[in-house]
Design a protein around this ligand. Structure first.
Ligand code: GLY
Length: 366
């Protein structure tokens, strides 16, 4: 029987997701040389932002395989994940003579891998790209699983496509270049992976001391975290079902992030997710029976690690409105992923406006 368009797309993406090679590298130079060498490309482009150009490119720029690379650099930070930056990358590819057989290496954090992946996926209807994530957030989340895109119209990741990188090269040596805030930001996604997996992973994450980082232990936690994401994405690459588990904390987190953006406050993505996790665990306790002791333990860890997001009841309507714009919503209802317990995932949950207001009260008061 012939497959429908949607099923064909699903089968193609699922196959690509299975083929997305994730390499836990211990020797960056060797891994990258082999990875780039395997791709039969006519031209090589490397995308960085201004920060990774300065801090990370020197670690790989001397490799023989990089000698012919044409550099494309965009401004750093999520505010620059825009149509203008995207157009800059498209223009650089075009002026550099990129063809369908060219390769783009995205060297940077989630902003670079999201935007670079989208640029590669759309240029001449798609060229190959490799992600070399340099932040914890990009390693455990953004660079893996094929979500690409940009912010648009004041909303996060509003425009994009699912299209996995051919290879993701993870090298935890880059983590040593990160400050506390950027480590903590990525760690929030790991905490989310702990919450949706099992009590052992969750408890191990709560015990880890981010103020005195044991990089070897962190590397092991990263490998576990990526494996959790890979398993879920492999089952449901287009987010029709279980992949929604990865949205835990994000419905509220994105609203916090968008509010901060509107008020020109700088909030790292992971911080917003961590605060969003606390809110959504409150909803989970209320609606799906999440144990309150585990909610309090997680909230305490989040408070100690991330502080709190400052807002007043004057912001409630705006936050609610932002939640109603979330891509995950259907039929005008705010969609949440909640938990019945650690590892007990309940997708497609809703909450009333009153419950959401109550959740915001709880967050501010706790
Ligand atoms: N960041 C959530 C996902 O990749 O689905």
């Amino acid at each position: 029987m012939a497959m429908s368009g949607e099923n064909r797309k699903f089968a193609r993406i699922k196959r690509m997701m299975k083929e997305q090679e994730i390499i836990l590298s211990e020797h960056l130079e060797q891994t990258l040389s082999e990875t780039v060498g395997k791709v039969d490309c006519d031209r090589l482009f490397v995308l960085t932002d201004e920060t990774t150009l300065r801090l990370c490119w020197p670690l790989v720029g001397g490799l023989a395989c990089m000698q012919e690379a044409q550099m494309i650099t965009i401004r750093a930070t999520d505010e620059n994940k825009t149509l203008d930056s995207l157009a800059h990358v498209w223009t650089a590819l075009q002026q550099g003579g990129a063809t369908r057989h060219s390769l783009l290496v995205c060297l940077g954090g989630g902003m670079v891998t999201d935007l670079g992946g989208f640029a590669a996926s759309t240029f001449k209807r798609g060229i190959a790209y490799i992600n070399v994530p340099t932040t914890l957030l990009a390693m455990v989340d953004a660079s893996v699983g094929g979500k690409t895109g940009i912010n648009f119209g004041g909303l996060k990741n509003e425009v994009g496509v699912f299209n996995p990188a051919r290879t993701v090269v993870l090298d935890t040596e880059f983590l040593r270049t990160l400050d506390y805030e950027n480590l903590a930001s990525g760690y929030a996604e790991m905490l989310k992976h702990g919450l949706i997996s099992n009590v052992e992973n969750w408890a191990e994450l709560l015990r880890f001391d981010l103020h005195r980082v044991d990089y070897r232990a962190l590397g092991q936690l990263v490998a576990k975290s990526v494996a959790i994401k890979e398993r879920i994405v492999g089952e449901d690459p287009l987010e029709h079902g279980i992949r929604k588990a990865l949205n835990l904390g994000h419905t509220v987190g994105h609203a916090f992030e968008s509010l901060a953006m509107m008020e020109n406050r700088t909030v790292l993505h992971g911080y917003a997710v961590a605060w969003g996790l606390v809110c959504e665990l409150y909803l989970s306790a209320k609606r799906t029976g999440f144990p309150t002791d585990r909610m309090h333990q997680t909230a305490q860890f989040v408070r100690e690690t991330y502080g709190t997001f400052a807002f007043t009841c004057k912001h409630y309507d705006r936050l609610y409105e932002l939640m109603t714009h979330d891509k995950k919503n259907t039929a005008g209802q705010v969609n949440f992923t909640l938990l019945g317990n650690v590892g007990d995932i309940r997708i497609n949950q809703t909450a009333t406006r009153e419950e959401i207001m109550e959740m915001l009260d709880y967050y501010r008061e706790s």
